[in-house]
Design a protein around this ligand. Structure first.
Ligand code: DQA
Length: 193
């Protein structure tokens, strides 16, 4: 008599965890439990806009304790390298002019942009104009900060942008941007904003 051995059934949580690891690594579409709005194929032409606000062109010359030594050009090259690895396109834009930032956000409405990553610098803490512009977008928006804003002066603890963003990442230096790009890509694939 022959017996066929059936594989040990995997516990549900083990399967979900394994899928989540692949999801975070960007190698799989995502845990089966996470609803997907778009097809995985939509990644092929995925374009993500990265917005840098006021004073961020000065990275590399600002307080190294808060911001390290990387320049904005180096941060952008890191984002472009990650985008190539993920098979997506990234466009980076910086301005010190609030109205120009608002207009760049408006322009994104008419472009093939699937998500936005934004570090609005000090505007984060008071620009309702930028918050209103972001609120018009129907795509995922990820807020990022190099420094841990919650461990700094109290005026940095509040973000007027967070409520119109899909989520926020802060405190990881240039890696905040890389995590933000991954989060934005994952949000396009898996989420409904
Ligand atoms: C910042 C934090 C803001 O509070 C500050 O005004 C900046 C940079 C960051 O990346 O940590 O300019 O957004």
């Amino acid at each position: 008599m022959t017996t066929t051995s059936t594989p040990e059934p995997q516990h549900h949580s083990t399967r979900v965890l394994a899928a989540a690891v692949e999801y975070i690594q960007g190698t799989k579409p995502g845990p089966p439990d996470i609803p997907r709005r778009r097809s995985y194929a939509s990644e092929v032409n995925m374009r993500i806009l990265v917005l840098h606000g006021v004073n961020l062109n000065m990275f590399g010359r600002r307080d190294p304790i808060q911001y390290g030594n990387a320049t904005l050009a180096q941060i952008d090259s890191g984002l472009e390298a990650l985008a190539r690895e993920l098979g997506i396109t990234v466009e980076c834009f910086q301005t010190n002019h609030e109205g120009e930032m608002v207009e760049r956000i408006h322009k994104a409405l008419d472009e093939e942009v699937q998500a936005v990553v934004i570090n609005a610098g000090a505007w984060t803490h008071y620009s309702h104009a930028i918050a209103d512009a972001l609120a018009i977008l129907k795509i995922p928006v990820v807020e990022v900060h190099m420094s841990n804003v919650h461990a700094r002066e109290s005026f940095r603890h509040n973000s007027v942008l967070s409520a119109v963003c899909t989520g926020s990442i802060c405190g990881f230096g240039p890696a905040s941007y890389l995590l933000g790009l991954r989060a934005a890509r994952n949000a396009v694939i898996h989420m409904n904003k």
